[in-house]
Ligand binder design. Structure first.
Ligand code: SF4
Length: 305
């Protein structure tokens, strides 16, 4: 299997499709340390090769930024690619962000993925340094608010840790986007998944949260469990019922925006403020749940995205 160096960009959020992508780390440190989350196949060969965790040399990153500056890119957001750029020492990451803002014109947004544990390792002052350098938003995989599911999927952090990390990010002035994976608890924990995820989202009140639907790729540990009948993938209608329950159980304080902006999802309802739009969102979800075409649909379980 081909080993991909850190400058090869394996994945980026859909919302960053038209951004400048600049690799700063490769792979994911959690993968390299432990084999990673059981449901995740991202750096394990499905997208052209295995990518071990590595830090891209600072000089290479700065040269990359210079290149975009010299090509007169103007007005493009920048996504700092790699599984967990917030694992970088704060000064290293801040140098990159400041250099982007110096060398590339009118950058409206600088963003990256962030692991909860990396955020917990940073002090409030360090997060403030990143915010002031110009890091606008981080995308964090919460996946579930249930401690049972987080442990079962070997996420490496519990709901208490996520709440602390999420609040730290919000306090620093960096915007927070959380991902939730519908169906991650299978049928056994669907109720627990919905209720506990709503609890954690309510505690954090992130800038935005985004639903994805579980796709079990053949190169994951979870795939074996599906093959052996130990884990059952939710039907689309049941994934939508889960989403309904999450939204329905959010506390009245939650003002987050939310999206279904992924190819794995079965509906595309979204809101800029779930507090204002909750009733209409629930009505739309209900109409999907009661649509006979959805009721009879089998999971699409995409193998490649
Ligand atoms: S889900 Fe994120 S933290 Fe977990 S193994 Fe995949 S990239 Fe790493």
């Amino acid at each position: 299997m081909k080993i991909l160096p850190p400058e090869v960009i394996v994945i980026r959020p859909p919302v960053e499709a038209y951004s400048l992508l600049i690799a700063v780390t490769g792979g994911c440190s959690w993968n390299s340390q432990t084999g990673g989350c059981k449901f995740c196949g991202t750096y394990k060969g499905i997208y052209g090769g295995i990518q071990p965790y590595a830090i891209r040399p600072l000089e290479d990153v700065l040269q990359n930024i210079d290149k975009y500056g010299k090509l007169h890119y103007d007005g493009f957001p920048v996504f700092l690619a790699g599984g967990n750029p917030t694992s970088l020492p704060t000064e290293h990451l801040a140098t990159i962000i400041k250099y982007i803002r110096e060398r590339i014109k009118n950058v409206p947004r600088v963003s990256c993925y962030a692991r909860g544990l990396d955020i917990l390792r940073k002090s409030d002052e360090e997060l403030k340094i990143l915010s002031e350098a110009g890091l606008d938003i981080v995308y964090m995989g919460l996946e579930s608010g249930s401690d049972i599911i987080l442990r079962m999927m070997r996420k490496g952090i519990n709901s208490k840790g996520f709440i602390k990390a999420g609040k730290k990010v919000m306090k620093s002035g960096i915007k927070l986007s959380l991902y939730v994976i519908l169906g991650l608890g299978g049928y056994k924990y669907t109720e627990e998944h919905a209720i506990e995820t709503a609890r954690v989202l309510t505690e954090i009140n992130p800038t935005i949260f985004r639903f994805r639907t579980l796709n079990v790729l053949p190169n994951t540990e979870l795939y074996k469990e599906v093959q052996e009948g130990k884990f059952k993938i939710l039907k689309p209608v049941d994934a939508l019922k889960e989403e309904y329950k999450v939204v329905d159980n959010l506390g009245p304080n939650v003002t987050s925006a939310f999206r279904n902006d992924h190819i794995s999802n079965y509906c595309d309802v979204e809101s800029e403020n779930i507090k204002e739009d909750r009733e209409v969102v629930l009505k739309i979800l209900d109409s999907f749940i009661n649509d006979p075409r959805i009721k009879n649909m089998e999971p699409k379980n995409l193998i490649y995205m």
